[in-house]
Design a protein. Structure first.
Length: 147
């Protein structure tokens, strides 16, 4: 039962991260509705902590043990890649949110920084939508390996 609570919380966090990462798409789909834009502008002020938390939760869930689903094979109860796809997408959504901040402190050329930032901005909507979809799939099929 405690494993199911973890799956639900992780899935809801994944949906939240996906929605935040795809905020440009949501703004366009809502025709820049004042309330939607206002909510995302407020969230944008705390992008860095949310992004780092997303990266931490995503990496943790890739390597976390399977606390509740026992398969009965010695060594197999520690499911290393049990939530590989949604956990990776949550970590990637977190990176999309903090890419600008991280690249301020990385010693690479300005052109490479611009390439990474443009890739993060260009694919943030795709990463966000994929994170939402796979988080819902993870919630529905939580005993499936990789989902």
């Amino acid at each position: 039962m405690s494993y199911m609570i973890g799956v639900v919380l992780f899935s809801l966090f994944g949906v939240l991260m996906g929605l935040i990462a795809s905020r440009d798409l949501i703004k366009r789909l809502s025709n820049n509705d004042y309330n939607v834009v206002r909510v995302f502008n407020r969230i944008e002020k705390i992008d860095i902590p949310i992004g780092f938390l997303g990266m931490l939760v995503g990496v943790w869930n890739v390597f976390s043990p399977n606390f509740g689903f026992k398969v009965g094979i010695p060594g197999a109860d520690l499911t290393i890649f049990g939530a590989l796809i949604p956990a990776s997408l949550v970590a990637l959504s977190g990176f999309v949110l903090v890419a600008h901040f991280i690249l301020q402190y990385v010693n690479i050329s300005v052109e490479d920084k611009q390439k990474v930032i443009s890739l993060a901005d260009e694919y943030s909507d795709v990463v966000g939508v994929a994170t939402v979809i796979f988080s819902f799939l993870h919630l529905v099929t939580y005993q499936t390996v990789l989902l």
